[in-house]
Write a protein that binds this ligand. Sequence first.
Ligand code: MIC
Ligand code: SF4
Length: 771
Amino acid sequence: MYYRIFALRNKKTENMTFDIDMIKKVYARFPERVEAARELTGRPLTLAEKILNAHLWDGTPTQVYQRGVDYVDFAPDRVAMQDATAQMALLQFMQAGKKKVWVPSTVHCDHLIQAKVEASSDLQNAINLNNEVYNFLESVSDKYGIGFWKPGAGIIHQVVLENYAFPGGMMIGTDSHTVNAGGLGMVAVGVGGADAVDVMAGLPWELKCPKLIGIKLTGKLSGWLSAKDVILKVAGILTVKGGTGAIVEYFGEGAIGLSCTGKGTICNMGAEIGATTSLFGYDDSMGRYLRATGRTEVADAADGIAPHLTGDPEVYADPEKYFDEVVEINLSELEPHLNGPFTPDLATPISEMKEAAKKNGWPTSIEYALIGSCTNSSYEDISRSASIARQANELGIESKATLNITPGSELVRYTIERDGFISTFKEMGANVFANACGPCIGQWARSGSDKQEKNSIVHSFNRNFSKRADGNPNTHAFVGSPELVTAIALAGDLTFNPLTDPLYTKEGKQIMLDEPKGQELPDKGFEVEDAGYLEPAEDGSEIEVKVDPTSERLQLLDPFSSWDGGNLLGAKLLIKADGKCTTDHISMAGPWLRFRGHLDNISNNTLTGAVNAFGGATNTVKNQIDGSFGEVPAVARAYKAAGIASVVVGDSNYGEGSSREHAAMQPRHLGVHAVIVNSFARIHETNLKKQGMLGLTFMNENDYHLIQEDDTFNFIDLEDFAPGKPLTIEVVHADGSNDVVVVKHTYNAQQISWYRAGSALNLIKEENAVK
Ligand code: MIC
Ligand code: SF4
């Protein structure tokens, strides 16, 4: 066992601010860069524009970038990685030939802990089971100067919000919900591991200049409404792809009235509308949160440049002039929502749920309700939910469903235990699981889920794709605020509307629940004994990182092969995916998380969740070599063994969801050369490019329908692969006829050089070799 794993070295003490010097440097240059950008554009600026301009790789802005068109190089302030993606990110970083990370970086152990019995035994189990992976992550972190948050410390995004996020900063993280830090006014973007490698290696981070969506919030939340309802409503309006390529900026009196953690919830679920990130301007709620979490110095520094840390008043007064799209929501008129099932943008106001459930045949009985996750486990969320549980306990209402709680961090867990909330929940019959992702990522040992019965669950997480929480494709998951989820647990009924429906005590007495009440921040302050942080070695050069060659969990990477510069001929269709194809369909999490550090082993889940457009089955595709049918990974391996390239075809928003680059690396490892779709989710498209794949989109959406089961693809002008130039594919059908299909791409010159080298990492290595 790597020697530090149990060392209780907890350097995070009260009022200690991580990386304050870096933050001060960012603030010192901020005003001048914002001013330069204002002069260049000749107009007032949104907050997003200010932060982007303050983080240009080349320093002070000298040109105006075209939104949605130009690629821009940025210099993010920090990097965060969670254990399930850090393994691949760090396996790649180890090859980049650097001694230390270039910017402050952290690793968080949160995804691999299974929720089965209760927090402490589940945590111990995870440590036993994942020992090899934790040791690997800890030793790599120690070696390269990366802060390490032990299993049990909490979920990456909560820990980042509590310790690292700062107004006006820029960070990237190898998890799509990195965007959570927008709640503290940070441009925080989810990326694949290869992007993180660039930034940790001291290279620029490239992003297409985002479009800007402004969301004006008027009015005020009250009663049963919570910040969650704002984003559930926004998801309903903008849909799962409405935010693609855009930064969503919230403003208006309604925005200022929200707590900082409520803002975090809204930004967190910006991932569910595909947004690059979401943002709120610096205000008093952020100052309060920074001070409550021991970062008075950051709050003071932010106060010092406060007008620069929010959008210019002229912008917010006349948003249509400055944003590409504006949405307005009156919080006073909002209703609590439940979104789902199977997609986070199917928004139903709670008053319409009875009718909607009936019409759609959604099961209404609720056996499990779950709160917590990185999205909703703030002190405010928990205190409001606990106020509902307390009423039930006092009035003698027995909860019909079991409530499961996954706190977001040890800081919050310790504090809510001290303040009596955990005992309130336990009195209601709830289970408290470890501070980790748990059920949110399929790490939930739900008994009986293998029977695949049709059922519904409600939770306060962010995603509800098929099979996500318990692996059962027939589980209908609905997303709601923690307080509403708690109330629904009591009623055991999806259609329960606490505003109008009564509950019954054990004696049969009818009561109406009072509105939830909570505190934004703990009156007695936050408290924690061991936050779970390990500081890396000052000089890690002597530390040796070992990977057992026989390990089934970790595997050193072999470089992908480079492009010979020729056309790609004779490629076979591996699968044409029908409908929604998220990263969960391409590389399922849950039981497969254990192989996240072993490319060959995890490749055995490739596209097993995708629905085959021919026949509608999952994980059954035709093997064109012998006409047999087999599992997707097996057929891909057969093509690869025969030296035949393969192609994946998909519909719109392909690769929606997670940042996991496994969804790109696995097909690449199995010999897929191109993915051709109607549209991509942003992170996935970049991941494909970084891993040396062709990510292409049909010029004409109807061409998707031309693709048949026995098709062969000839890329007849790939030799001339160039920025802005569409590619032509000759698609040959089984009867010998063919269609010529034109596809678009968004590769710039640099990205084409990744393709040429076989991957972005290969290019870094080539460049290091030349130096
Ligand atoms: C998720 O919520 O889907 C995850 C698990 O956090 C992923 C990251 C991963 O797949 O490891 C994400 O959102 O990026
Ligand atoms: Fe973890 Fe779920 Fe948050 Fe992803 S969305 S980081 S799995 S809690």
